[in-house]
Design a protein around this ligand. Structure first.
Ligand SMILES: O=C(O)CCC(=O)C(=O)O
Length: 285
């Protein structure tokens, strides 16, 4: 008996590789999440960037709670069972009139995970639609094997390596993931997806939470993850603690260590050692 998703939604995930919209909090709560992010950005005087966009649930207690939010985790449990890790989180923020985009790709390409049993809960802090660069996907493409990708390191590409699939994508088959604030989509790690720039007058903010069953392992190096439900009988990942307050110095240090280690996995085979480097290189160019 599913806890949160309907049998039709579960079937849609199996067949299409993506389900949306799924309401996981009220629009007011989503606005509060956005306000918390923007309060921090005001303090630092700039949009969240570099490694602060990744594994942010270790820096901010309110994001630590979000990755454990029962509506989200119940939905993930309906797909992958009751022993679950949050492997990582990534902010995808597109400013107003922003050329930033996401090339067509499969998430699985550089993540180093042992099986494609990985789902992303993409939680909308703002609306996401055709007018502001919402995610698009090709239904059923998650059933393909791993497709070869080329790294572009393109300046405005939000992906770590600007990676893109080395096959022609038939855009006429694409579907647009339209979300209201407080809704989420769930997409499979092999799904071919991407998103165009945001020409609108407001930011588009999504928080992507990557979940795996505890049986999935990291095969490309040492790694850590957050247990969000059940028990970890496999011990493939070092387990991460939950922050009880924002920007606790111990957690800031832990976050630095973990994101540097993660970057070594994601940028393996290149000279790049941190999430901050591609951006810094692009800004100097
Ligand atoms: O936010 C976007 O536009 C793309 C997000 C994405 O590629 C992902 O969550 O895997």
């Amino acid at each position: 008996m599913p806890k949160f998703l309907s049998p039709a939604q579960i079937e849609q995930y199996r067949e299409e590789g993506c389900i949306y919209p799924i309401r996981v909090m009220s629009e007011t709560a989503a606005a509060e999440h956005r306000a918390r992010l923007e309060e921090f950005e005001q303090q630092t005087g700039q949009p969240l960037r570099g490694d602060l966009r990744h594994k942010s649930h270790l820096l901010f207690a309110w994001l630590g709670k979000l990755v454990r939010r029962s509506a989200i985790v119940d939905a993930v449990e309906d797909l992958y069972g009751s022993d679950l890790l949050c492997w990582t989180t990534n902010f995808f923020i597109k400013e107003a009139s922003d050329p930033a985009f996401v090339s067509w790709h499969q998430d699985s390409t550089y993540w180093g995970l042992s099986r494609p049993d990985v789902v992303t809960a993409w939680v909308a802090f703002t609306q996401a639609n055709e007018a502001n660069g919402a995610m698009e996907y090709i239904p059923g493409s998650h059933k393909l094997d791993q497709i070869p990708h080329r790294d572009t390191f393109a300046k405005n590409n939000l992906l770590t390596r600007g990676q893109e699939v080395m096959v022609e994508v038939d855009r006429s088959k694409r579907r647009i993931i339209t979300l209201r604030p407080g809704e989420m989509s769930l997409h499979h790690v092999r799904l071919v997806h991407g998103s165009p720039p945001n020409p609108s007058t407001d930011r588009r903010i999504g928080f992507a939470i990557r979940y795996i069953p505890t049986s999935v392992a990291q095969v490309a190096g040492e790694d850590s993850a957050t247990l969000v439900r059940g028990e970890d009988r496999y011990h493939h990942f070092a387990l991460e603690p939950e922050p009880s307050r924002d920007l606790d110095p111990e957690f800031v240090e832990l976050h630095r260590t973990i994101t540097q280690r993660n970057a070594r996995i994601l940028y393996r085979g290149t000279e790049i050692a941190s999430y901050n480097e591609p951006r810094a290189l692009a800004e100097r160019a």
